[in-house]
Design a binder for this molecule. Structure first.
Ligand code: AMP
Length: 105
């Protein structure tokens, strides 16, 4: 079964998409926990950090470069948080890897 984020990527369900490139999409979190709350999502459906493979190295690095780009584009580069939830006991709800970018600037 496709993840909810794959369904967003494939435009099956609507979302507020703020940036997209060949292998990554960035959307606004539907239930923001800060003034800015973005989700930086690889299009490849990797469940979580627990399942990343060496072959994903460039993609994982790219998530952080996209995070930096978003921070500068939104002019919040002076202060923000990046985080992954990993599996259910630390609150991961959507089993499709995503990097949270939060800021209150
Ligand atoms: P996590 O707890 O790390 O799995 O975070 C999943 C995040 O996805 C939560 O912050 C949700 O608010 C968010 N979320 C769930 N469904 C959607 C959706 N359809 N569009 C945007 N964000 C969503």
């Amino acid at each position: 079964m496709k993840s909810i984020f794959t369904r967003i990527i494939e435009r099956e369900i609507p979302s507020d998409i703020v940036y997209e490139q060949d292998n990554i999409i960035v959307i606004k979190d539907i239930a923001p926990k800060a003034k800015t709350h973005l989700l930086i999502i690889p299009k490849k459906e990797i469940p979580s950090i627990n399942e990343i493979q060496k072959e994903d190295s460039d993609l994982i690095a790219e998530l952080f470069f996209v995070a930096k780009k978003m921070a500068y584009d939104l002019n919040i580069q002076q202060g923000y948080q990046l985080k992954f939830h990993v599996w259910a006991l630390w609150g991961q709800e959507v089993m499709h890897l995503h990097l949270h970018l939060l800021s209150n600037i």
